[in-house]
Write a protein that binds this ligand. Structure first.
Ligand SMILES: [Zn+2]
Length: 186
């Protein structure tokens, strides 16, 4: 829950977290300006407000130089960038899938663009394809390889010889591209 307090005329936004098993109120201010108060679930708001009041000097020392407006703008522009990247990735992935599927002629269900940390793409047994939105930051060849890789899993679920033969039909140098992808951290 987002709440606001005013100290020395400065409006400060904080997040109030009600924690089931907490025993007392805790206060944390992070370097990026996030201000979090966690309190036991049953604590009434006036107790929390009293706590804030008692700590207001300490809070003020921490936040007096934080530019909350600039921080909010930065966050907003990051979110905007993320949204645009997702949309761009969706467009690119769909068009490349259609392109390669002219060759493979396989059927897939849902195509999702996700913020996955661990992989570039995945294919479920139900035929759903997932791609990391960061796929747009790869080279065209790497991006196409990821798309073809997942597309081919619709026919061959494992990484057997038949699978790689299928991949090679459209990406003959897949070994090299695959190797180049391994060196990328994302
Ligand atoms: Zn695979």
């Amino acid at each position: 829950m987002k709440r606001k307090i005013t100290i020395h005329g400065k409006e400060i936004e904080y997040t109030l977290k009600k924690v089931k098993n907490a025993k007392s109120v805790r206060l944390a201010i992070y370097a990026d300006g996030r201000f979090v108060i966690s309190a036991p679930k049953w604590y009434p708001i006036y107790v929390i407000n009293k706590f804030i009041e008692e700590k207001s000097h300490w809070i003020w020392e921490k936040v007096k130089d934080v530019d909350f407006v600039a921080l909010a703008q930065k966050k907003k522009s990051q979110e905007e960038h993320y949204r645009r990247s997702i949309e761009l990735a969706r467009t690119v992935v769909h068009s490349r899938l259609e392109f390669f599927n002219c060759h493979y002629d396989l059927s897939y269900n849902r195509v999702s663009i996700k913020n996955q940390k661990t992989c570039w793409g995945s294919c479920s047994q139900k035929g759903n394809l997932n791609f990391n939105y960061n796929i747009i930051s790869l080279s065209d060849q790497q991006r196409d390889y990821v798309i073809v890789h997942e597309l081919c899993h619709l026919q061959e679920l494992n990484h057997g010889q038949k699978f790689w033969q299928l991949v090679a039909e459209t990406i003959p140098n897949y070994r090299q591209v695959r190797q180049s992808l391994k060196s990328i951290n994302h």
